[in-house]
Write a protein that binds this ligand. Structure first.
Ligand SMILES: Cc1cc2nc3c(=O)[nH]c(=O)nc-3n(C[C@H](O)[C@H](O)[C@H](O)COP(=O)(O)OP(=O)(O)OC[C@H]3O[C@@H](n4cnc5c(N)ncnc54)[C@H](O)[C@@H]3O)c2cc1C
Ligand SMILES: *[C@@H]1O[C@H](CO)[C@@H](O)[C@H](O)[C@H]1NC(C)=O
Ligand SMILES: *[C@@H]1O[C@H](CO)[C@@H](O)[C@H](O)[C@H]1NC(C)=O
Length: 396
């Protein structure tokens, strides 16, 4: 029998990964992406060890990604009443040496470009300018309708269309995303001299604000400041030059020590975006359609788990398809139901917990008032000096 044609909605991060893995298992996936090319939006993104483990299943992909492997993670407080080092960790380096790969930092656009290239190199077709509008399920397939008028029939569908997933809307109706009350302003910047040659990421805590910066190559860093925000619009687009200059001049973080101020003052791009997540879904599928990645479980970014989790979803979905429907033949709806139900049983508890922890982590970044900040700093000193606690807390 001819291999099953699979509709992958969204060519962001989860989409190209699941498409490449399916192709390698004998399926015939096609990616349908709303935009006409790779998005240059976004800032730096971290891919953690387990995300990389999934990428290593696609020959040549992980090696071609570029980016920068992290060695050190330093934590500082700039609170005048309690200033100094909170912790200096070399766990990224040790973890990389032990496992073969650790955490890498890279531009989100570079990650997407590398993943799309990787999917194409396995033979996956990507159709740009295909914005899913609605879908209709039949006994043995799904009819996809796009806003450009195109229609495609596929055997089953994986919705990888992110925070505002139209696949999700088609299955479960319109549900607004939850604004977390925090925003981030971030971008890219040249790496301060004192960081060169070290592959060091920093977390800097102040009163009501926090900066994270990670290397994305030998000379540049991606950075993001988290602050409380009364009301925010989600956008990953860079500000215009005047607004960026204004921010670099007026942000209190521009005066911070430990390299943070220099990073903000010298920033080459500045982007501001509201942070959203969603309540847990009871199920990620209906019939022949399943959601993964941000379409299923969008999270605020404070644990750096968005990309990692979407890659884990992709890897597990393909493993379960291989287990219940080997060879890439068109599966029965009942087989898909088993696959999707097992995926949910393994993944929903895990991803829900991370969404919750990411929110909590965000709150520690915007603590306001001297005593509250000192308490927060002490909590971090304790946490960061205890590897067992750290592992429990961050799941690393
Ligand atoms: C432009 C952009 C920039 C981002 N930048 C960062 C960042 O700098 N740092 C960070 O931590 N996270 C960033 N994120 C979020 C991050 O990519 C995700 O949290 C994570 O990697 C999970 O990926 P995903 O593939 O599930 O979703 P996403 O990465 O959001 O990808 C979803 C894809 O689906 C496409 N799409 C949406 N609707 C439709 C539709 N109806 N039909 C067809 N295609 C559709 C989108 O155009 C997009 O390409 C960004 C997301 C986007 C969209
Ligand atoms: C940041 O800008 C200052 C002032 O222009 C300059 O002296 C410094 O070298 C820059 N830092 C980096 C890392 O480029
Ligand atoms: C990535 O996700 C997997 C699966 O949920 C998890 O086991 C792992 O700890 C995560 N990796 C990191 C580095 O947090």
């Amino acid at each position: 029998m001819a291999p099953a044609r699979v509709g992958i909605i969204g060519g962001g991060i989860a989409g190209p990964v699941v498409a490449a893995l399916l192709k390698l298992k004998g399926y015939e996936p096609a990616i349908f992406e709303r935009l006409d090319t790779i998005s240059e939006g976004g800032i730096g993104i971290g891919v953690q060890r387990n995300g990389l483990a999934v990428l290593h299943r696609i020959p040549g992909l992980a090696e071609s990604l570029g980016g920068k492997a992290l060695d050190y993670f330093h934590f500082y407080s700039v609170l005048p009443e309690d200033k100094g080092v909170l912790a200096e960790l070399d766990s990224p380096k040790r973890s990389r040496e032990a496992a073969g790969y650790g955490t890498i930092g890279l531009r989100r656009s570079e990650l997407q470009r590398g993943l799309v290239r990787g999917a194409e190199s396995t033979g996956v077709e990507i159709k740009w300018n295909h914005h899913l509008d609605s879908l209709e399920q039949t006994e043995d397939g799904v009819l996809l309708k796009f806003t450009n008028g195109a229609e495609e029939t596929v055997s089953f569908v994986v919705g990888c269309d992110g925070l505002h997933s139209d696949t999700r809307r088609s299955l479960f109706g319109e549900q607004p995303a939850d604004f977390t009350g925090l925003s981030q302003t971030g971008g890219y910047a040249p790496m301060p001299e004192s960081f060169r040659g070290k592959s060091m990421a920093i977390n800097v805590y102040g009163d009501g604000a926090h900066l994270i910066a990670i290397p994305i190559d030998d000379e540049s860093m991606g950075w993001a400041i988290t602050e409380r925000e009364p009301e925010a619009k989600e956008t990953w687009r860079a500000m215009d030059a005047a607004a960026a200059e204004e921010f670099k001049k007026n942000s209190p973080v521009a005066q911070w020590d430990y390299g943070a101020g220099e990073i903000v003052r010298n920033a080459t791009t500045v982007t501001k975006y509201g942070l959203y997540d969603r309540p847990e879904l009871q199920t990620w599928h209906q019939g022949r359609v399943v959601l993964i990645g941000d379409a299923a479980h969008p999270t605020s970014p404070h644990l750096g788990q968005g990309a990692n989790q979407s890659m884990e979803d992709a890897g597990m979905l393909v493993d379960l398809l291989e287990k219940h429907s080997p060879g890439g033949e068109p599966p029965l709806t009942s087989v898909l139901d088993t696959v999707f139900t097992e995926l949910e049983a393994a993944r929903i508890p895990r991803t829900s917990q991370l969404v919750k922890r990411a929110r909590e982590q965000g709150e520690t970044r915007v603590v306001h008032g001297v005593q509250a900040c000192i308490d927060r700093n002490n909590w971090y000193r304790k946490l960061l000096s205890d590897e067992t606690l750290l592992r429990q807390r961050f799941g690393a």
